[in-house]
Write a protein that binds this ligand. Structure first.
Ligand SMILES: *[C@@H]1O[C@H](CO)[C@@H](O)[C@H](O)[C@H]1NC(C)=O
Ligand SMILES: *[C@@H]1O[C@H](CO)[C@@H](O)[C@H](O)[C@H]1NC(C)=O
Ligand SMILES: *[C@@H]1O[C@H](CO)[C@@H](O)[C@H](O)[C@H]1NC(C)=O
Length: 387
């Protein structure tokens, strides 16, 4: 009798596990439907995308190599046509290569652009376009540009502090919107915070907050957009530093709270680590809750998907040691929010209240279950920008 029960159990257990990693489903058809809705309301609204396009490196699956992804990336941009596109990670050569495939109206700014402008003929570094801003020159005119290193010495090229694993930067562009009756300016910031050090992410975001403040005091009639890969989840400390007392607003939250005149989808992740649409399933949401909670406490978690079983066991052992750092009520609340986005679009209205950005659309898009553009899915928003 007991053996029969055991057999029955072992046959039944895989069923809930299979369900956990199957639902909810989000298909390429859902993504296509989102695109149709977006195009139907795009008109001349301001469209803004943030997209970690991943560096050009060795990939375990050759189908994920940049040479394979470049045409998919291009197709994604051609479909959604963001007027402002903040990218993260590309090497200089990678960005220039990709740019030659994009529609002609895209211009870009990174570090080298700036240094050449000032006739300082520096040797181009691979990192010069890691947080490049691309823009449609038929919609926007570049008025001013700056570039900072997110360290204690922001003007020192290549500097880093606070145990930051990588050199992290902030790209800044001031644009004028073309074809509007009134002079309209927007300040665009694009960044990529450190992947390993929680202390670095927090200090880097404080520096971003104070930099935005300085720029906006100088240009009080300009609205602000902050795009990036923040390597942390909404509601974690980095997010709170940037959004505290409504300094910056989270387009996702604003859109969801005005659901009658703002369209959005429900897709739980932007980073998918080549799992694709599968990251949206309850099973992977649960895993993400656990990993991100550790990540937020400063525990270093592997930022590559482990390949061997032994690696998984090492990770579990490591996490077990830090279990006491976990706040279960925080974990339950982040699990129930179903939002593990590390890529955000934040905004702030003009200080002189002359202009308002009002979100009309925001979604995680380009969702696929194969033939990926990147190991992140981009986020795109549409704004009304009016007096
Ligand atoms: C966390 O985020 C959710 C929305 O994602 C929000 O409703 C809630 O107030 C936030 N909680 C805290 C403590 O910030
Ligand atoms: C867990 O977090 C909640 C809210 O963020 C807080 O009120 C509570 O005191 C925390 N608990 C522990 C044990 O730190
Ligand atoms: C990926 O693209 C190839 C070639 O275009 C195609 O044969 C294949 O079905 C695609 N795979 C998926 C999962 O879309």
């Amino acid at each position: 009798m007991r053996t029969k029960l055991l057999i029955l159990f072992s046959l039944l257990i895989p069923i809930p596990i299979a369900l956990l990693f199957t639902y909810p489903r989000y298909t390429e058809q859902d993504d296509f439907n989102m695109l149709q809705q977006y195009l139907s309301i795009k008109e001349d609204r301001l469209s803004v995308m943030t997209f970690n396009i991943r560096l050009d490196g060795i990939e375990r699956d050759l189908n994920n190599h940049f040479t394979k992804r470049i045409s998919r990336l291009t197709k994604t941009i051609e479909s959604w046509q963001p007027a402002i596109l903040g990218v993260q990670e590309p090497f200089a050569g990678q960005l220039l290569h990709w740019h030659s495939h994009l529609p002609n109206y895209y211009q870009y700014v990174g570090y080298r652009y700036h240094s050449m402008n000032k006739k300082h003929q520096t040797i181009s570094s691979e990192q010069d376009f890691q947080v490049a801003i691309l823009y449609n020159e038929q919609r926007l005119e570049l008025l001013e540009h700056d570039y900072l290193w997110l360290s204690k010495t922001p003007r020192t090229v290549g500097s880093k502090d606070w145990n930051s694993h990588g050199v992290r930067t902030l790209n800044i562009a001031r644009f004028k919107l073309i074809n509007t009756d009134l002079p309209t300016e927007v300040l665009v910031f694009n960044t990529h915070l450190d992947v390993q050090s929680e202390q670095a992410r927090q200090e880097q975001s404080k520096l971003i907050r104070s930099t935005i403040n300085q720029w906006q005091e100088k240009y009080p009639s300009a609205a602000v957009l902050l795009l990036g890969d923040f390597n942390s989840m909404p509601n974690q400390t980095t997010y709170q530093i940037l959004t505290f007392s409504d300094f910056l607003r989270d387009t996702w939250i604003e859109c969801k709270s005005h659901a009658t005149d703002c369209l959005s989808n429900v897709f739980s992740s932007t980073f998918h680590g080549w799992f694709g649409a599968l990251v949206h399933t309850y099973g992977i949401q649960l895993l993400q809750t656990i990993l991100f909670t550790f990540h937020g406490t400063g525990v270093q978690i592997p930022y590559n998907i482990p390949t061997h079983y032994s690696d998984y066991i090492d990770v579990i052992k490591e996490l077990f040691k830090f279990c006491r750092l976990l706040n279960w009520s925080d974990m339950i609340s982040s699990w129930s929010s179903h939002r593990f986005h590390v890529d955000w679009i934040l905004y702030r209205n003009s200080l002189d209240r002359s202009r308002y950005l009002q979100p009309r659309f925001i979604s995680v898009v380009d969702v696929r279950s194969g033939n990926y553009s990147s190991d992140h899915f981009p986020v795109i928003a549409l704004f009304d920008y009016r007096p």
